[in-house]
Design a protein around this ligand. Structure first.
Ligand code: BF8
Ligand code: SF4
Length: 636
């Protein structure tokens, strides 16, 4: 197998041969075995919505042009697309609900294992939600913040939009979305409505379906915004921290525990307990104690709050086990490959699921509930220590591949860094440098890895070209993981890749903020739910300039988008007005009507639109052109 064409990550290239030698299939082998993938599915033309199906529409016009019920290609493609948006919204919003319910119980004094670690953040959230803070205890404020947040899952008055979206977007954008009828009033109801209107024999109008999907995507934004903000209040708002990324962060002499998934309610407690159990690990022979490493978005969460090193991102999560030195992988929800427990069985690795609604055959299940969080975490860490004793020294193979990364640029951290240049008006230096062209524009990289691209490659190619063109770069999710692993989130990368004027700005801010050098080339804003951080910054900029988000020289890019969550994110990105690049052709091209709707049609409605380009260099050129167009329209 030519591994190079599957991944640009040197750690993957080093470890795939180990898998081959062991006779264990990886995601890259399974990709090969799926070729050729179904053409109807690729075009979005396969419908399995009822048991008369599956039905497929012939894309060349020769065979059937409608399913058995009469649904044509436009209906089928639109229904398939918006069901994916609904699933993404459900996933992010379940995560958010979990955090909100936990915060409500903290407010009631029912969860002694959790606290409000960032009281200032909680108070600022309370202010945004119109909740009084004066002369009140932190727990009372937390209870009210959580309760008001949960109203976004309960409100039945469709004329009253969700609190969080109302508190997060510029007034101009909210007014437009309201006029288009796509402001969600209730996350659960919005998701349920998409499922209902796509049932057989319901909404068949592609435009109406896509607009319904956009409301679902905006519900996704609402769910992720509340998840991010409440997590910050409970676990701390990220600040810049120096750490390392890639598989070389796994240590031979330590009990290595990978936390994989998404929700900080689990990973935060594992980190706390691990630091308390170091001596037990040393007594078991691990001279370096316990080493927690992160994978996927949980990796981003603990990396930005605690500087925990990142082992890898989505597509290479299996590789951590092939090092032979991973003693446990602890997972919660989302983007966890079902192959992992089977691969763990070939090694000494304990694979532990923790959420009762997310079990996997072959895994050890340790049911995690917030009221017994520390006790459960202790049990999990002990399983890892026990597994350490079962390691096979001959199978240990940890490629010494890792890069320094400076991470943790929450919008508060960005504002704090800017405030060192202008305390009275922190946004002023950013605005001035955008207006004078030192910063050409801003690009937010988000989303996953996909086997449809060479892992991490699109991210790197596009980012380097944009940086040369003086575009300020932000990143979240597995995109952020890609940049961290490939050494693009450190100061050396700024020296190597930033255009001259961007470098000067990043250096002025970095030096003044005490980093003794420039800010990193790409600012790490967190996990996937943390895309709301970038929107917060963009909203501040738009308000400051008295324009809408669609007027700003701001673009988004998901060069390796894969999951339903990524589809939801990319869709709300369009809905809030951003030109949004996809490096993977979406499964909609079987319908010219839907394809036009989400590209040209969306531009007329929202200002934002999908820009599909799978060649990364061309994509970068197109994004630079879009940014220049936006500048021109603003007269700057
Ligand atoms: O939420 S970027 S592969 S891990 S979906 Fe998944 Fe995609 Fe990674 Fe995080 Ni986001
Ligand atoms: Fe076929 Fe219509 Fe059923 Fe879809 S809903 S599977 S197109 S009959």
């Amino acid at each position: 197998m030519d591994i190079k064409i599957r991944s640009s990550d040197p750690a993957v290239i080093a470890l795939c041969p180990v898998a081959e030698q062991e006779g264990i299939a990886t995601v890259f082998d399974r990709y090969e075995m799926q070729q050729p993938q179904c053409g109807f599915g690729t075009l979005g033309l396969c419908c399995r919505i009822c048991w008369k199906g599956p039905c497929r529409v012939d894309p060349f016009g020769d065979g059937p042009q409608a399913g058995i019920c009469g649904a044509g290609k436009d209906t089928i493609v639109a229904r398939n697309l918006i069901r994916m948006m609904a699933a993404g919204a459900a996933a992010h919003s379940e995560h958010g609900r979990h955090i909100a319910l936990a915060m409500q119980r903290v407010g009631k004094g029912e969860l002694p294992d959790y606290h409000i670690r960032d009281e200032e953040k909680l108070k600022s959230i309370a202010g945004r939600l119109d909740i009084a803070v004066a002369d009140r205890t932190i727990t009372d404020i937390a209870y009210d913040v959580a309760t008001k947040t949960l109203e976004d899952y309960q409100n039945q008055d469709s004329k009253v939009p969700c609190h969080w979206i109302s508190a997060s977007l510029p007034a101009k954008r909210l007014s437009l979305l309201g006029k288009l009828g796509v402001l969600p009033h209730n996350i659960d109801a919005t998701v349920a409505q998409i499922m209902s209107r796509t049932h057989i024999g319901c909404d068949a109008d592609p435009e109406n379906l896509v607009l319904g999907g956009m409301r679902g995507a905006l519900a996704d934004f609402n769910g992720m915004a509340l998840a991010t903000e409440l997590s910050d209040a409970m676990f701390g708002t990220p600040k810049p921290v120096v750490t390392q990324a890639n598989i070389g962060v796994i240590k031979k002499q330590a009990v290595n525990i990978a936390v994989n998934g998404h929700n900080p309610l689990l990973s935060e407690v594992i980190c706390d307990i691990a630091s308390e159990m170091n001596s037990i690990a040393r007594d078991a022979g691990a001279s370096e104690g316990i080493n927690i490493v992160g994978i996927c978005c949980t990796g981003n969460e603990v990396m930005m709050r605690h500087g925990i090193p990142l082992a890898t991102n989505y597509l290479s999560q299996e590789m951590a086990i092939f090092t032979g030195a991973l003693d446990a992988m602890v997972v919660d929800v989302q983007c966890i490959m079902p192959s992992l427990p089977q691969i763990s069985e070939c090694y000494h690795t304990e694979f532990i699921t923790t959420m009762d609604e997310n079990k996997m055959p072959g895994a050890r299940h340790v049911s995690f509930h917030e009221d017994k969080a520390r006790e459960t975490a202790r049990k999990i860490v002990q399983y890892a220590i026990d597994a350490y004793g079962r390691r096979d020294a001959k199978r240990i193979n940890i490629p010494d591949i890792k890069q320094t990364a400076i991470v943790g640029f929450s919008s508060e951290a960005v504002m704090a860094a800017l405030a060192t240049l202008n305390a009275a008006d922190p946004l002023a230096p950013l605005v001035e440098n955008i207006v004078n062209g030192n910063i050409l524009g801003v690009a937010l990289f988000a989303g996953c890895n996909s086997t449809r691209a060479i892992q991490d490659e699109n991210f790197q190619v596009i980012a380097k070209i944009l940086a040369r063109n003086n575009v300020l770069l932000l990143a979240t999710g597995c995109g952020a993981g890609a940049f961290a692993k490939h050494g693009l989130m450190n100061q050396q990368a700024t020296e190597a890749w930033a255009g001259d004027s961007l470098k000067a700005v990043l250096t002025a801010i970095g030096v003044s903020a005490g980093l003794e050098g420039p800010l990193p080339l790409i600012l790490h804003m967190g996990s996937c739910v943390d895309n709301s951080r970038a929107v917060q910054l963009a909203t501040a900029l738009a308000d400051r300039l008295n324009v809408d988000l669609s007027d700003l020289p701001l673009v988004a890019s998901a060069p390796e988008a894969m999951s339903e969550k990524a589809i939801a994110i990319a869709s709300w990105s369009v809905a809030i007005g951003l030109p949004t690049h996809l490096g993977i052709v979406p499964q909609v091209t079987g319908s010219a009507v839907v394809t036009d709707l989400i590209t040209e049609g969306a531009k007329d409605l929202f200002g934002g639109y999908f820009l599909v380009e799978s060649d990364p260099a061309l994509a970068a050129e197109k994004l630079v052109a879009v940014i220049r167009e936006k500048r021109h329209a603003l007269g700057i």
